[in-house]
Write a protein that binds this ligand. Sequence first.
Ligand SMILES: [Zn+2]
Length: 322
Amino acid sequence: MTCVLAIDIGGTKLAAALVDEAGSILRSATRPTPRSDVMSTLAALIKEVMDDGPPPQAVGIGCAGPVDLAAGTVSPVNMPSWRGFPLRREVRELTGLPTVLAGDAQCFALGEHWLGAGRDCASLLGVVVSTGIGGGLVIDGVPLLGPTGNAGHVGHMSIDPYGERCECGGRGCVERYSSGPNMTRWALENGWTPGSGVPGTPDSGTPTSLGTAGTLEKADARALAQDAAAGDPIAVAAFERGARALAGMIASTAAAVEINAVVIGGGVSAAGKVLFEPLEQALDDISGLPFVKAVQVRQSTLGVRASLAGAAHLAWHPPPTS
Ligand SMILES: [Zn+2]
């Protein structure tokens, strides 16, 4: 049986798998991302997955960005020890195999297109809503990577040219409104008390404030989602605001490149209908042209495996430019 080696590199976890041409995982393993010497840990992980398994014929890597596909280097925001790190060359030399690299959100989109929520779509936008907002495009079945591999960076599309300054230096970026930490920040600024939406639970008895030790742990997107689901008006408003910013970005992207669907994943998407209901309503309100209005919103079906699936697909079907 022939297979490829798929690798997914994130700020918290490294994952590797041998994947056959139908997308079945033959072997897989994960390790926490170390703070330093990531390559040694990755090499050990690759060895673990390849030992005693069928020999792979190529490697596909999805890595947290920014990436520079022209140079084959990566500089993941959450991995300070890798800046301009020549990941593609290192893995190629380690394995002796053809190696293809892309951003992890691009791999998410490709994975969902191949095996997940976008299986029936020619063209889709994948969006990862987490501590940041990542994105990737698949157009007519082919990943759209761009000259340096940064196409689909939808988290830093501006949905408000007069909006707040973003960490990237831009203004009014979607990420500033819709990422987990930013929705949480807005809710706290507007008087949300974590746990307020779930009366009767052991955690809800103690009012908390921003300055209270321990509060910041609880004041996260998961707590916000719980409170929104329980009807807390500020938590609901925070999700509506984040969803509306996402919808503006999705409608703009759809107008630019024409897509059948948007597939939403990432930790914040686990919030479910408190995110998806206002998102669909806002998208219906914002979009005008019929081909934009026709875009379907879907929740990821592959979850954390989506990027690995996309990396495997890259290895099986490398883009012509790689
Ligand atoms: Zn930005």
